[in-house]
Design a protein around this ligand. Sequence first.
Ligand code: NAP
Length: 248
Amino acid sequence: MSDLAERIAIITGSGQGIGRAIALELARRGARIVTNDVTGCCADDTLALVRELGSDGLAVTADVSDSAQVESLVKTVIDTFGQVDILVNNAGTTRDNLIMRMPEEEWDLIQRVNLKSAWLCSKAVIRPMMRRKYGRIINISSASGLMGQAGQTNYSASKAGMIGLTKALAREVASRGITVNAVAPGFIKTALTDKMPQDILDQLLPLIPAGRIGTVEDVAHAVVFLAGERASYITGQVLSVDGGLVMS
Ligand code: NAP
């Protein structure tokens, strides 16, 4: 299926994990893909996989929490392709700690990498999207932002902040053909969750009605739906992909 042919998609933090799966799923639908990482380890590898699927794109190493690097990234995309249609704000990380042990730097880092990055990237693509009267912005939030998670005051706050950003921006740009939605994954098997202690995972599994940890493809399928033509009347929403962990 190539319903996203001619679309240009930027997926931040797509060197591995959920971001890579989103990049590959969008490529399968025909979109050209801008991959991104911060260390330079893996964005090229994701682009190579995109090419194996018959699509193409660019790999850009950039820290998306830095405004100059974000502007440069988006300029490169516009100079190369002339447009940007889909932005997936996926880059993120964790620094878990109980609040009494959490240094201020761990609070600041998480707000910058998880939340400010999404604001910066959205701001950088919004003019080109408005000019074309078309855009899809998808923010990768988290169940932790919806329900709160002990040991994650910084992370839960950043992910709840992404939901506020999603709703406010959705209202600003809805009349210009741009939708802004969030996806809130639960526990998904990636390098990020591989860092979690086994006893915490053992406590969490019984709380998931589906009875399993999610896969990166579970999240990618939801993102591809929101990025597609058929989701044009859906905006300002949060789609949980968590096996029923959070039900509102
Ligand atoms: P991951 O495997 O650790 O991958 C994170 C990606 O983000 C990597 O490509 C990393 O690049 C990139 N990145 C980190 N900081 C960056 C920055 N400043 N600028 C650009 N790229 C940056 O993580 P994941 O589990 O796939 O998580 C992806 C997103 O889903 C995150 O926002 C996370 O909070 C969210 N999420 C994950 C889960 C889960 O269970 N895994 C659940 C809910 C939400 P490098 O490889 O160069 O470091």
